[in-house]
Write a protein of this length. Sequence first.
Length: 159
Amino acid sequence: MKKAIYPGSFDPITKGHYDIIERSSKIFDEVVIVLMNNPGKQALFSVEERLEMIKQTCTSLHNVSFDIGEGLTVHYAKSKEANVMIRGIRAVQDYEYELRNATANMWLDPKIETCFFMAKPEYSFLSSSSVKEIASFGGDVSKFVNPFVIEKLQEKFKK
Ligand code: ADP
């Protein structure tokens, strides 16, 4: 059975993330979306809120499950007996960052492969940060996130 993990911050999950999840779920038998809890990284949403938005966004994908991880992603992958890590690439900036991480991970555990998916052109400039910025000024983000996430963003920025 081919099992892959898709680690990330998902603060919040966007349609760009969802596209990668849907495409990878057709290739792997099981995909685990792992919300990597990095206490050093300031997030808008709590881990629980982010996980809830991931679940709501992915309800129709039956071979996709969810988890929270901590520490090094290669250690997490090994503990779950997954030997593939999925990442998305939007532009050259992502390539440099992802190359650095994938190379470090190869040193840490050569048995674990990083598998890259190129972003769909319509999502190639979409990031969780831009969604948060647009939403914070009351802009329309319905092209980028699902309705449940819009509600959560509105709640956050009302306060
Ligand atoms: P991280 O903090 O680990 O980069 P993110 O949630 O920002 O977490 O992203 C997780 C992965 O999804 C990364 O590989 C990132 O490049 C990818 N990704 C983010 N947004 C998109 C998008 N719009 N299209 C394709 N891949 C994306």
